[in-house]
Design a protein around this ligand. Structure first.
Ligand code: G6P
Length: 605
């Protein structure tokens, strides 16, 4: 998704901006650009393509100690040099980079065109450049011009603005799209994601919606949209630049899959109480009495976060015996949900910035809902806006397809389910069983990772299929959904997930030697039913790759993973499917970490 970087200080801005843009590449983009300001005015370069193409297009003499940069993910207008940001007003005085969507752009454009403004691009962002330039003619400061321009703007934005007539400052504003300020020594940075700042500083300030900031080399001031100054406490990011390295792996995705013994251990660290067999989750900000007052749990997220939420719902129903279900965030917020005081709402987001999930949080809060966040990125918007939650501590996830955040989220749900269960009916013995199971996970994940070569060979064997079916029952179903999601995201092989029991109600018609099935078959009380399903697929000459706790003659190939407690098995069963998708994507020559058409953080609708 679009990315913003900006710099003001004593150094040349362009190399710093290019480096920052490179750090944002993982989010997904189709074009890139930058602008610097010096005493002679504004200079810009924009290209369709990669940040490396932009770097090649920037001449050696591209001097300016103030600048803004952008990676664009097309929404208004196709990817092109012209539509890339920054956008300038027609006098070339104001330059703007923007993440988000201006909803009244058409109306603003018509009004500006009626006043004689000639537009260069098809973007919504260009309206901002013209509006700010118009206001700058009368305003006493760039901040005032931006504030006045934004008063007439409807939509979401994170913006950074420079003015050729005020070469020492940057103005930024946020409404729905993240803006982070990075505090340096006599220099200031801006980015839409801390990943772009971390090489320079770990002292950051997150802007809230409706806030603006003015940055100079000497520091920053923040304001509300009605010009009241706000006080912000800088906060120290505990991730460092090393977390963003690929650690010698060929792809971030493989690095992140391989990190899971550690990341799961980090999610668990300090949270299991062996004396009372409960989970310590201080971040929930709820006492036992309040915890007991909830009768239901509703889980909300997007993409893989939603599928991990399905695992979470199952864990909560089993361990806490509370009705629980998961729903995609965008569906939830648009269907006018009934928000109830005795429902605990749990939102999930690796990035903490996904727009649909954030909007669902806001809708829930408007209606008085109690909302928790299971989030990986500390200090992100969803973490800030929820009433409490659980941080994953999985470290930055760079590859677009989620892996370690998925497993850590499922682990966080196991802790939450244990917590909710132990203040209700879950016995100490069952609590102990779950605690011990959780402790076994990191070692068992290590064992699964040793199966990589076998899984690689299977991925090569199956990767030429035109499509694949993924099936699972109850605990296995969300695992099958996530397995199908991983495969389609990164290998572009069509993959469809179904509850195993639903096969005969439709999709069995598709089964043939050309459409292999991945079957998630844990050794639980549904084993026999699952094996019967495999028999039905075999009878239609379907090939089967079974992922479970034993081999079976009903399947062509079997991947056998270590068994944990029934409730926790889905976490482990996911991992072979991650490796399968990874190796299928590599075998097909895909851009594993940056799959086509996808973005890491979807900060627009
Ligand atoms: C995007 C990514 C998915 C991710 C989803 C939710 O669609 O491509 O991999 O699962 O967003 O992201 P979040 O940061 O909210 O977990």
């Amino acid at each position: 998704m679009c990315g913003i970087v900006a710099y003001v200080g004593p150094k040349d801005a362009a190399p710093i901006l290019l480096e920052g843009l490179q750090r944002l590449e993982y989010r997904g983009y189709d074009s890139a650009g930058l602008a610097v300001v010096n005493a002679k005015g504004l200079k810009t370069r924009k290209v369709k393509g990669r940040v490396a193409d932009l770097a090649a297009a920037v001449p050696a003499r591209f001097k300016g100690t103030v600048g803004i940069g952008h990676t664009r993910w097309a929404t208004h207008g196709a990817p092109s040099d012209v539509n890339a940001h920054p956008h300038l007003d027609h006098e070339g005085r104001i330059a703007v980079v923007h993440n988000g969507i201006i909803e009244n752009a058409d109306e603003l454009r018509r009004r500006l065109e009626a006043d004689g403004v000639v537009f260069q691009s098809e973007t919504d962002t260009e309206t901002l450049a013209h509006l700010i330039a118009l206001m700058a003619k009368e305003a006493e400061s760039l901040e005032e011009a931006v504030r006045k321009a934004l008063a007439g703007v409807v939509g979401t934005y994170g913006i950074a603005v420079v003015d050729a007539q005020r070469p020492g400052e940057i103005v930024v504003a946020r409404n729905g799209s993240p803006i982070v300020l990075g505090i340096g020594e006599k220099e200031m940075f801006v980015a839409s994601d801390v990943a772009a700042l971390i090489r320079y500083t770990r002292q950051v300030v997150h802007l809230e919606d409706g806030e603006l900031a003015v940055l100079t080399a000497d520091g920053f001031h923040t304001f509300t949209s009605d010009a009241r100054e706000t006080a912000k406490e800088p906060f120290t990011v505990d991730w460092d630049a090393g977390h963003y390295d690929n650690g010698g792996y060929e792809h971030y995705l493989l690095k992140e899959i391989s990190e899971q013994p550690d990341t799961v251990a980090r999610t668990l660290r300090g949270r299991i109480d062996d004396r009372f067999h409960i989970a310590h989750l201080g971040g929930l900000n709820m006492d036992a009495r309040e915890t007991r007052s909830f009768r239901r749990v509703k889980i909300i997220g997007c993409g893989s976060a939603y599928y991990s939420g399905q695992i979470g719902a199952q864990l909560i129903e089993e361990l806490a015996r509370m009705p629980a279900d998961a729903e995609p965030a965008s569906e939830f917020r648009y269907r006018g949900p009934v928000v109830e005081p005795d429902t605990l709402y749990v939102t999930i987001s690796q990035s903490g910035e996904t727009y649909d999930t954030l909007a669902a949080v806001q809708e829930l809060k408007r209606k008085g809902g109690r909302v928790l966040g299971i989030v990986n990125t500390v200090g992100s918007a969803i973490a800030r806006e929820t009433d409490g939650g659980i941080y994953l501590h999985a470290g930055p996830e760079v590859s677009v397809a989620s892996t370690k955040a998925f497993t850590s989220t499922a682990v966080a749900f196991a802790l939450l389910a244990l917590h909710l269960g132990r203040v209700r009916d879950l016995s100490p013995a069952d609590g102990r069983r779950v605690c011990e199971g959780l402790r076994r996970l990191p070692e068992q994940i290590k064992e699964i990772l040793t199966l990589e070569e076998q899984i690689r060979e299977l991925a090569i064997k199956y990767a030429d299929a035109p499509g694949m079916m993924f099936v699972g029952r109850v605990r296995g179903y969300p695992v099958a959904r996530e397995g199908a999601q991983k495969l389609k995201e990164i290998s572009y092989v069509h993959a469809e997930a179904y509850p195993a029991s639903e096969l005969k109600h439709g999709p069995l018609a598709l089964i043939s030697p050309e459409l292999p099935t991945v079957a998630v078959v844990p050794d639980d009380e549904l084993l026999d039913k699952n094996l019967t399903t495999l028999g039905e697929i075999r009878a239609r000459h379907g090939r089967i790759l079974m992922v479970g706790h034993r081999t079976s003659e009903a399947a062509d190939d079997c991947v056998v993973v270590p068994k944990n407690e029934n409730e926790l098995d889905p976490i482990l069963l996911t991992i072979p499917l991650q490796l399968f998708a990874y190796h299928a994507a590599v075998a097909l020559g895909r851009d594993v970490d940056k799959p086509r058409n996808l973005a890491k953080s979807v900060t627009v609708e």
